[in-house]
Design a protein around this ligand. Structure first.
Ligand SMILES: [Ca+2]
Length: 298
């Protein structure tokens, strides 16, 4: 049973590797003139003498603070989770409300700023790139480097692991899941359900075992962003748990980066979970969102 759970957690990074040859990445809308919306907001508030501290449209202000990060890392080559606790300090920042969508990433590709992501595949919906009707799904099959590049072009960056965790845990509320401490249900997040599990088991991606849910969550693969409002975070961030696992800017081992939250093939979507499976293997279960430094306090 443990092995099954571990393998499922890993699957977000495994499914699709067989099909993925291309590397991709990206997030919020990209400005054609590349002005920084935060700079514009700061200038506007300064001149109007009625300072408003607002993040750009499509993002939420996350007030910073101190936290003790709880890292449960699935160790490469084993079936064990290694737990560590690390103190961290997070400054105020603005976080994308959603994972970067297919339509947003396409803008970057069409402008020549981002490489095409993985495409094709068949298990649990495969890759979203080029599939009609998935414009509002998260882009998947994007490796770390192009994800970071996408954010940079958007005047943003990938979140640090501490920022991601701070936002997902409801800041000082230290929630187990973004929505609170309630056991995950099909209303909360797109995680492994029987429909996807059936496909995975039939293709020998893992030893037989249970799904996270006993009934379908409505999506065999990825879901359009914002499909699980009951699973939104304290600050109104969607799909931090589930749908696709999200790259962070934080390095794990040498030349690799941590991703958080698990995806549609995961059975463990707690905030503390993290995987560090190495860059260079974009999969159907991996995507990202961007953050920005918050505007200065007035
Ligand atoms: Ca997610």
């Amino acid at each position: 049973m443990l092995q099954h759970a571990v393998l499922l957690a890993l699957l977000g990074s495994v499914v699709g590797c067989r099909q993925a040859k291309e590397v991709p990445a990206q997030s919020a809308p990209i400005s054609s003139d590349r002005r920084d919306p935060l700079t514009e907001i700061s200038a506007a508030t300064t001149s109007e003498a009625q300072p408003l501290r607002e993040c750009p449209a499509g993002t939420k202000l996350i007030h910073g603070g101190a936290l003790e990060m709880v890292h449960r890392t699935l160790m490469p080559g084993s079936y064990e989770w290694e737990e560590k606790r690390t103190p961290a300090q997070v400054a105020d920042f603005c976080m994308d409300e959603t994972e970067v969508t297919v339509v947003a990433y396409r803008q970057c590709v069409d402008s020549g700023g981002c490489p095409k992501p993985g495409s094709g595949g068949r298990l649990c919906g495969g890759f979203n790139w080029g599939v009609p009707g998935r414009e509002s799904h998260p882009i998947n099959g994007v490796d770390w480097a192009p994800a970071a590049k996408y954010c940079e072009r958007a005047g943003a960056r990938l979140p640090s692991e501490a920022e991601w965790e701070w936002a997902a845990r409801g800041r000082d509320e230290a929630r187990k899941y973004p929505w609170g401490n309630e056991t995950p249900g099909t209303k909360h997040a797109n995680a492994l359900d029987p429909d996807c599990n059936k496909e995975l088991l039939a293709n020998s991606y893992m030893i037989p075992g249970p799904s996270l849910y006993s009934s379908p969550d409505g999506f065999v693969g990825t879901a359009p962003v914002r499909s699980f409002p009951a699973g939104a975070s304290r600050d109104g961030i969607f799909d931090l748990a589930g749908n696709i696992a999200e790259w962070t800017a934080t390095s794990g081992d040498a030349e690799t980066h941590i991703h958080k939250g698990g995806g549609f093939t995961s059975t463990d979507i707690a905030v503390s979970g993290r995987t560090n499976l190495g860059d260079g293997h974009p999969s159907t279960g991996m995507g990202f969102r961007c953050v920005r430094d918050a505007p200065p306090r007035p």
